[in-house]
Design a protein around this ligand. Structure first.
Ligand code: NDP
Ligand code: KAL
Length: 257
C-alpha cells in the first residue's frame, strides 16, 4: 500500500452519513495514511460519524463541532484543533445548504433570505474556513471544496445553489492568490451527481443521472470513491503545482456540447 498522505493531518468537514462525499474523501485519505480530524454540525451527523469510524476502524485525532454559519463556532473549532493537534496540512470543505423551497420552480422567485442563506452556507463559508484554518497551516497546505456544474450552466431546480457555487468557484480563485504566498493551495472538485442526503428528495435527480449514463464520455455516473481519490490528489504533494483550479470528476460530462 502506498502512503501518499503519510505525515499529513487533514480536517474533513461535512460527513452526515455513509453516503456523504466527505466520507468517500475520508476513506481515500485514510487509505493513504493521513491522520484525520472531523467536524460536524448536527448531533445526528456526529452519531453517524462515530459509528462509521468504529465500523471502518478509523481512529480520528479529534472530532469537533463546527457550524460554518457561526463565526464563534468556527473560531472555537479551529482553536481547539490548534491547541489539541497543532499544525494541520489540509482542509476538506464539503458543506453546502439551501432551503428546500428555493430548489424548485423559477430562479427569478428566489427570496432575499434564501439567496443569502445559500451564499452564506455554501460560498462565504469557504472564506471563513480558510481564514481560521490558515492559523493552523504554518507549513503550507491544501484546501479543497466541492462544487457542481450548475455553477456555469443552468441546471433545472439547482437555482440558488448554482449561483452560490459560482461564487464558491470565484472564492477558490481569490483565496488561491491570497494564500499562495503562504504555500497554501486552494482548489475545487466539480463532481457529477451522487445520491447523498443533500440530494435526497430534490426532483429531477434520477433524470440527471440517466442523462449522464447516456451522454458522458465514460457512459457512467461517478461515485464517492472517485471524488475521494481526486480530492486526495489535490490534498497531496502530487498536486503541488496546482492551485485556483476546478477539477471535474464527472465521467467527462462537462466537455459535451
Ligand atoms: P451530504 O448531505 O452528505 O453533506 C452535506 C453536509 O453539509 C452535511 O454534512 C451537513 O452537516 C453540512 N452542512 C450544511 N450546512 C452546514 C453548516 N452550516 N455548518 C456545517 N456543516 C453544514 O451531501 P453531499 O456529500 O452530497 O454534499 C457535500 C458537498 O458536495 C456539498 O458542497 C455539495 O454541494 C457538493 N456536491 C454534491 C454533489 C452530489 O451530487 N451529491 C455533486 C456536486 C457537488 P449537518 O447535516 O451536520 O448540518
Ligand atoms: C440539479 C440537481 C438536483 C438537486 C437540486 C438541488 C440540490 C442542491 C444541493 C443542496 C446542498 C441541497 C440542500 O441543501 C438540501 C436541504 O434543503 C435539505 N436537506 C438537509 O437538510 C439534509 C438533512 C442535510 C444533510 O443537507 C445539507 N445540505 O446540509 C443537483 C444534483 C444533480 C447534484 C447535487 C445534489 C449537487 C449538490 O450541490 O449537492
Amino acid at each position: 500500500m502506498s502512503e501518499l498522505m503519510k505525515n499529513k493531518i487533514i480536517v474533513v468537514m461535512g460527513v452526515a452519513n455513509e453516503r456523504s462525499i466527505a466520507w468517500g474523501i475520508a476513506q481515500s485519505l485514510h487509505k493513504q495514511g493521513a491522520k484525520l480530524i472531523f467536524t460536524y454540525r448536527k448531533e445526528r451527523s456526529f452519531e453517524k460519524l462515530k459509528s462509521l469510524l468504529e465500523k471502518e476502524d478509523v481512529k480520528p485525532l479529534l472530532t469537533v463541532a463546527c457550524d460554518v454559519l457561526d463565526d464563534q463556532s468556527l473560531e472555537q473549532a479551529f482553536s481547539t484543533i490548534k491547541e489539541e493537534v497543532g499544525t494541520i496540512h489540509g482542509v476538506v470543505h464539503s458543506v453546502a445548504f439551501a432551503d428546500k423551497d428555493e430548489l424548485k420552480g423559477e430562479y427569478v422567485d428566489t427570496s432575499r433570505e434564501g439567496y443569502l442563506l445559500a451564499q452564506n452556507s455554501s460560498a462565504f463559508s469557504l472564506v471563513a474556513v480558510a481564514r481560521e484554518a490558515k492559523k493552523c497551516m504554518d507549513q503550507g497546505g491544501s484546501i479543497v471544496t466541492q462544487t457542481y456544474i450548475g455553477s456555469v450552466r443552468v441546471v433545472k431546480n439547482y437555482n440558488v445553489m448554482g449561483v452560490a457555487k459560482a461564487a464558491l468557484e470565484a472564492n477558490v480563485r481569490y483565496l488561491a492568490e491570497d494564500l499562495g504566498k503562504y504555500g497554501i493551495r486552494v482548489n475545487a472538485v466539480s463532481a457529477g451527481p451522487i445520491r447523498t442526503l443533500a440530494a435526497k428528495g430534490v426532483s429531477g435527480f434520477n433524470q440527471i443521472m440517466s442523462k449522464i449514463e447516456e451522454n458522458a464520455p465514460l457512459r457512467k455516473n461517478v461515485d464517492q470513491g472517485e471524488v475521494g481519490d481526486a480530492t486526495m490528489f489535490l490534498l497531496s504533494d502530487l498536486s503541488r503545482g496546482v492551485t485556483g483550479d476546478i477539477i471535474h470528476v464527472d465521467a467527462g460530462y462537462h466537455i459535451m456540447g
